[in-house]
Design a protein around this ligand. Structure first.
Ligand SMILES: [Zn+2]
Length: 417
């Protein structure tokens, strides 16, 4: 007994109890924060309950839960629908705040928050009518600069993360440069890169990362630069430093980041036939069933089987280009001779049909009837700038380059957009 009493009175026991109390209150806070949070405005006693919409929630259900009566619920639902076009609520996305003049008072304001940049307030007037008012929040946009260098054994992804570039921004850079280089094959130690991207702020707090504004990468073919630019007609695109569109009419590697297992050559020993013959395309390793996207927009001119190519599809893109995809396990549904396809649309699936030693995509580009090396052929850009836009672009680019140089010297700065 004496021993137990000692323990109860000791400092250690108090520390343990305090520790448990802290842990329990943290858990309680986390639980409250997940489901709803209540805050009080010290100055005017206003009391706010914030709820994140969960799956299965309905607008009228959430309103009723806050003690609103049937007629008020109907009036609020109808105001949101007619004045703000809000008819459904989205789980884990939409947030709703219920405002009371003081603790225990009925809800007299409902704030529907579909995005950090929009608030729809439905307020009860003195006469008991519910009025809807939409507030758009204009983001404060910072142009943030990050740069890095590829180290031995690095991928661009690893080097990018090390340089502090957020994952979502990196994914956009991949897409943007996919026409210029292959991140699987063209990456070497010592290559430098930089990205300028948006960070969107509201009331001095960062809300989200925005779009990529400019990117530079020391590719094997030389430095590649891309800039985001808005044309006079309001359309937005990415252009290289000379104003050529970033989107090319064809992709060098239809399957992103697939490893090249055999390159284009006029002479090579055929792995199945054993004798030397030209390899008129590039082989990309990929597992059976991997979707094969069309390298560019065009029309299917052949879809069939032959002993060499197995199941294959051939697409004619414009006057001078055709692409061919071989060894498919199967064709995509609805892809037939004569079908118009979009760039990136799945036309079939990787397999090992025909003369093949294992699942891979054999890809050919044919220019004016002649096979060319997909990895080195100069590809035509689409959406190049017209004369007036180009002049504006070049001025914009020069100005931005000057600012980028300043940021390179002091990466802690940012551009106020
Ligand atoms: Zn091949």
């Amino acid at each position: 007994m004496k021993k137990a009493k000692d323990i109860l009175c000791s400092n250690n026991f108090i520390k343990i109890v305090m520790g448990i109390a802290i842990v329990l209150s943290v858990v309680a806070c986390v639980v409250l924060f997940r489901y709803s949070s209540v805050s009080h405005d010290v100055l005017n006693n206003e009391c706010k309950t914030a709820v994140v919409v969960a799956s299965g929630d309905t607008l009228s259900g959430l309103l009723s839960n806050q003690g609103l009566k049937g007629a008020d619920v109907t009036a609020i639902v109808s105001a949101l629908k007619t004045d703000a076009g809000i008819t459904t609520i989205r789980a884990d996305k939409d947030k709703i705040e219920f405002v009371r003049q003081n603790d225990g008072a009925p809800v007299d304001k409902v704030v529907f928050i579909p995005s950090p940049w929009r608030k729809v307030e439905v307020t009860c007037s003195d006469t008991g009518d519910w009025k809807c008012n939409t507030v758009d929040i204009i983001p404060d946009v910072h142009g943030v600069y990050k740069s890095g260098e590829i180290q031995d054994g690095d991928s661009f992804y690893l080097a990018g993360i090390r340089a502090g570039i957020p994952e979502g921004v990196l994914a956009n850079v991949y897409d943007l440069l996919a026409f210029e280089m292959d991140f699987e094959r063209d990456v070497r130690a010592g290559q430098k890169f930089s990205v300028l991207y948006e960070e969107n702020f509201a009331n001095g707090e960062k809300v989200e990362n925005g779009r990529v504004l400019a990117v530079s990468f020391d590719a094997l073919r030389g430095n590649v630069k891309m800039y985001r630019f808005k044309k006079a007609d309001g359309t937005i695109g990415y252009y290289d430093e000379n104003g050529n569109g970033a989107i090319k009419s064809l992709k060098r590697t239809p399957i992103n980041n697939a490893r090249v297992t055999s390159s284009f050559s006029n002479k090579r020993k055929h792995p199945v036939l054993g004798f030397t013959r030209a390899h008129k395309g590039v082989d990309f390793r990929a597992s059976t069933g991997t979707p094969i996207p069309a390298a560019g927009a065009g029309r299917v001119v052949a879809r069939g089987y032959n002993n060499g190519h197995g199941n294959y599809v051939k697409i004619r893109h414009n006057g001078s280009y055709e692409t061919l995809y071989a060894h498919m396990s199967k064709f995509a549904k609805g892809v037939n001779v004569g079908t118009a396809v979009k760039q990136g649309q799945t036309i079939g699936y990787v397999g090992s049909t025909g003369l093949s030693t294992g699942p891979h995509l054999h890809y050919e580009i044919i220019k004016d009837g002649k096979h060319v090396n997909p990895l080195t052929v100069k590809l035509p850009a689409i959406g190049n700038l017209g004369k007036e836009d180009k002049q504006k672009f070049l001025e914009y680019r020069k100005n931005l380059d000057t600012q980028l140089e300043k940021l390179a010297d002091n990466p802690k700065l940012f551009i106020q957009m």
